[in-house]
Every structure is written in structure tokens, then in C-alpha cells.
Design a protein around this ligand. Structure first.
Ligand SMILES: NC(=O)c1ccc[n+]([C@@H]2O[C@H](COP(=O)([O-])OP(=O)(O)OC[C@H]3O[C@@H](n4cnc5c(N)ncnc54)[C@H](O)[C@@H]3O)[C@@H](O)[C@H]2O)c1
Length: 279
């Protein structure tokens, strides 16, 4: 018996895929940019921090990748438009936009000020919206990379913190949780709006060892009056997979979502968290 070949079962982004990543100067964004470059994609590396943005771009080029960098603040519509324009100018199109940039702040609900709220939702929700919208404008007017495929793919970065029932962490990051729940909702609206031309999916990581979590641990241990590192250790002890998450653990899912194997997948928010939250 001969098994029928399915042309869509390809779990890596095809070589030459043009990928833009926001917040790519460090942490998860940097890991995603490196993983996409290793898979043969052409990268637009972007971050509000011009120095880290340029450093990651240099790193990709030194490793033989094709990359350009553009500092951009995702809370500014003109920066998001410029980022997309850079992809088109350098590589002719934009296949994948990874709306990864985000911020975190640890502050109990009754201590939260209006400024804290505005800043958090300004970056995590408005910034995701503006970068997603700028990408969609380009993707809707470009042809599909090959017949029968979507014209583009958008990946947003939500969090398991945006899911219901997050446990004790819910008390200390209420505005972050609200922002990530909004990203999940926005992802669904965008997926519905842009189907079948563009797929839009959210990644929901768990406890990823990045500067963001280092700052969380520092601030949470201070709040609880316990030793540095204790909150992190307690949280990691609850991870069924028995270890903290590395930024590279997120990369495999992003590559899959960008690949032809995920062409029929849209509007989903996928937990990748070592089993912390099962749904
Ligand atoms: N670390 C975790 O445990 C975790 C878990 C779930 C989700 N996430 C999400 O993953 C994403 C990346 O997180 P990380 O852990 O790599 O964080 P990080 O703080 O290490 O990196 C975030 C990057 O975003 C950039 N950035 C911040 N504001 C920006 C703006 N206005 N415009 C452009 N860039 C901006 C920063 O300069 C930085 O390079 C975030 O959206 C975060 O909420 C992280």
C-alpha cells in the first residue's frame, strides 16, 4: 500500500519566509527570531530598545541569517507601519508577524494607579492591536506565498496569565492578566475578520526564564518578605514537566504556527507551559 502524500504536512516555515518579530531584543522574542532564522526565514528584528535590537540582528547575520533591524515602539502606529514597510522594502512581503513585545508589572490590585493601568494596556493591548493591524494591511494586499495557502500569518503573545483561574498570581498582576485576556480576545476577533486570507493565533507561555520573570521574582519576594528566588522556585515546583520554561520551548510552537502544517488553524490560543494549565 502506498500512503498518499499530503503537501501540507510541513512543520517548519518554508525557507525564505519573511518574519517580523516585535520585542526581539531579548527573551522570548530573541529566541523566536533565532529559531526562525535557523529555519531559513528572513527576519525583521524589532524592539523599542535600539541597542538590543541591533545586537540581535548582528547575531543573526553572524550566524549566516538574512536579517534587518528597525527599532519600533509598538504603542505608536507610525512605528508599526514603518516596521511592516521595512519588511516589504527589504524582502518584498511580510509572511509572518509575531506580536511578541510586552511588559509586566507586579502591583496588588488596591495599589494600582490609573497610570499603571494605562501603561500596561497601552503596550500589551494597544501595541499588539497596532502591530497586528499594520501587518494585516500588508498581508491582505499581497498574494499567497503559494496556491491555496493563507496570504500571511499573525502570532500574538498572550500568556496563561490571561486564562481564568491563575491562582495566587492573580492578586499581584491584575492589569497584566487583563491585558493578556484582551490579547486572547483580540486574536479571536482578528482571526474571524481576516479568515481565510490570514491566520491569527495566540501563544500562551507559562513560566519562562527571561528578564521579565527575574523582575517578577525580585518584586514578589520583596512583597512577601521572603528570600530572592523563592517565589520562582515555588512556581517551578508546580510545573508538571519538572523544569522552568526556556525561551526556546516557545519557538517550536511559533515555527509550527508559521508552517503550512498549521494553515487550517486559526483563532486559537495555545498553552505551552509544561502542563501548568491544562484545558
Ligand atoms: N517570561 C514569561 O514568563 C512570559 C510568560 C507568558 C507570556 N510572556 C509574554 O512574552 C512576551 C515576551 O516576554 P519576555 O519574557 O521575553 O519579556 P522581556 O521583558 O525579556 O522582553 C520583552 C521585550 O519587549 C520589548 N518592549 C517592551 N515594550 C515595548 C514597546 N512598547 N515596543 C517594542 N518593544 C517593547 C523590551 O524592550 C524587551 O526587549 C511578552 O509579551 C510577555 O508578556 C512572557
Amino acid at each position: 500500500m502506498q500512503l498518499a502524500h499530503s503537501p501540507n504536512i510541513n512543520t517548519g516555515a518554508p525557507a525564505g519566509t519573511v518574519v517580523a518579530v516585535t520585542g526581539a531584543g531579548q527573551g522570548i522574542g530573541r529566541a523566536l527570531a533565532l529559531a526562525f532564522a535557523r529555519s531559513g526565514a528572513r527576519l525583521v528584528v524589532s524592539d523599542i530598545n535600539a541597542a538590543t535590537c541591533a545586537a540581535v540582528c548582528d547575531e543573526l547575520r553572524a550566524a549566516g541569517g538574512q536579517a534587518v533591524s528597525l527599532p519600533a515602539d509598538i504603542t505608536k502606529a507610525e512605528d508599526c507601519e514603518a516596521l511592516v514597510a521595512q519588511a516589504v522594502q527589504s524582502f518584498g512581503r511580510l509572511d509572518v508577524m509575531v506580536c511578541n513585545a510586552g511588559i509586566m508589572q507586579l502591583r496588588p490590585l488596591m495599589e494600582l494607579g490609573a497610570d499603571d493601568w494605562d501603561r500596561m494596556l497601552g503596550v500589551n493591548v494597544k501595541g499588539t492591536f497596532l502591530s497586528l493591524q499594520a501587518a494585516a494591511r500588508q498581508m491582505l494586499k499581497q498574494p499567497a506565498p503559494s496556491e491555496g495557502r493563507p496570504r500571511g500569518k499573525i502570532i500574538t503573545m498572550a500568556s496563561i496569565a490571561g486564562r481564568s483561574g491563575a491562582g495566587p498570581i492573580a492578586a499581584v498582576i491584575p492589569h497584566y492578566r487583563a491585558s493578556k485576556a484582551a490579547v486572547i480576545s483580540l486574536t479571536q476577533s482578528a482571526a474571524f475578520t481576516f479568515a481565510p486570507q490570514i491566520t491569527v493565533n495566540a501563544i500562551c507561555p507559562g513560566l519562562v526564564e527571561t528578564d521579565m520573570w527575574k523582575r517578577m521574582d525580585r518584586d514578589w519576594t520583596q512583597l512577601q518578605g521572603v528570600e530572592a528566588g523563592q517565589v520562582w522556585q515555588q512556581r517551578v515546583a508546580a510545573v508538571p514537566m519538572g523544569r522552568p520554561q526556556h525561551p526556546d520551548d516557545v519557538a517550536g510552537l511559533a515555527l509550527y504556527l508559521a508552517s503550512p502544517a498549521a494553515d487550517y488553524l486559526t483563532g486559537q490560543s495555545i498553552n505551552i507551559d509544561g502542563g501548568l494549565m491544562m484545558s
